[in-house]
Design a binder for this molecule. Structure first.
Ligand SMILES: [Zn+2]
Length: 71
């Protein structure tokens, strides 16, 4: 189980909410739920993302998740 803060996942720098998941897929799903509940403006931006942009975001996120997993 890997835990990251919302800020580490690309959320607002002052958000210290923690998100956990066993895989990058799982932590992204849990992070999305947190954003929907706590950051409606970010959620709106996420809804506007194309599949291509989402794929790029996930690719950028993977090394951050790997680094957090090893810590
Ligand atoms: Zn947050």
């Amino acid at each position: 189980m890997t835990t990251m803060t919302c800020a580490q996942m690309g959320g607002p720098a002052d958000c210290t909410a923690t998100i956990s998941g066993n895989t990058s897929q799982e932590i992204i799903e849990n992070g999305t739920k947190h954003v929907l509940g706590s950051h409606p403006e970010m959620a709106e931006d996420m809804k506007k993302m194309t599949d291509e942009e989402k794929a790029k975001w996930a690719a950028d996120f993977q090394p951050k998740f790997d680094a957090a997993s090893e810590a």
